[in-house]
Design a protein around this ligand. Structure first.
Ligand code: 13P
Length: 235
């Protein structure tokens, strides 16, 4: 399984290094087979010791140039970063990234061979319209994305479940993941209020191949617990 942590705008470089050190020793001591992937803030990007797959939360689809506030391929290459998160709801809804821009980023980083964790998810008003509308909404977010790309991972994160403590029911998660599975062969992660208390139930669901975790992974012990839950499920 793939257990990814998205630090968002949390942790310093020093805290991130310490977190990696703790996760790496946990993985070694407990023979963890699940993949640990972490998206630190840009100031903490570094591949460090290699036991963890480190990815960028965002980058601009360019090698370098005049794009104030952005980082490009050159800055990622310096730290050996070959993984990127694209389409996170906070970038879609807070930073206003359009589907067109996301497709541009996707195509660029695909061309560079990056592992791309591509996020999709519906706001509450869409969910309230029922599963047919919801699945149509997710399909629109997949528009223009090469679903056969070999280094693709999809993360399904309902917007209303992010940072709220709310999650869809197990049946609802399974329904969406199963609908996605009809069109997608790659790993499909679930994200949105995953924590130690619900990780086992969510990770055990059919067509859930891992998790993308925000606040529930900020404490390293919790992240390690979820790694070991994933391992014990033996999927
Ligand atoms: P929370 O786990 O805090 O709900 O955040 C999920 C998320 O957005 C991960 O990308």
């Amino acid at each position: 399984m793939l257990i990814a942590a998205n630090f968002k705008t949390n942790k310093t470089r020093a805290q991130t290094r310490e977190y990696y050190r703790a996760v790496s020793s946990y993985i070694a001591e407990n023979n963890i087979a699940s993949e640990a992937m972490i998206f630190p803030p840009a100031t903490a990007l570094d591949s460090f010791d290699g036991a963890i797959s480190v990815g960028a939360q965002n980058a601009y689809a360019v090698e370098n140039g005049a794009f104030t506030g952005e980082i490009g391929l050159e800055q990622l290459d310096e730290f050996g970063i070959k993984t990127i998160l694209i389409g996170h709801s906070e970038r879609r809804h807070i930073l206003g990234e359009s589907q067109e821009l996301l497709v541009q980023k996707f195509d660029y980083f695909k061309e560079q061979g990056f592992t791309i964790v591509y996020c999709i998810g519906e706001p509450l008003e869409v969910r309230e319209e029922g599963s047919e509308v919801l699945i149509g909404y997710l399909d629109d977010q997949l528009e223009g994305i090469d679903l056969d790309y070999k280094n693709l991972v999809i993360a399904y994160e309902p917007v209303w479940a992010i940072g709220t403590g709310l999650t869809p029911s197990a049946d609802e998660v399974e329904l969406i993941h199963t609908a996605l599975r009809q069109k997608i062969e790659c790993k499909i992660l679930y994200g949105g209020s995953v924590k130690t208390a619900n990780a086992e139930e969510l990770l055990a669901l059919e067509n859930v191949d891992g998790a993308l975790i925000g606040s529930g992974a900020l404490k390293v012990d919790d992240y390690c617990t979820i790694l070991s839950i994933a391992d014990s499920l033996n999927k």
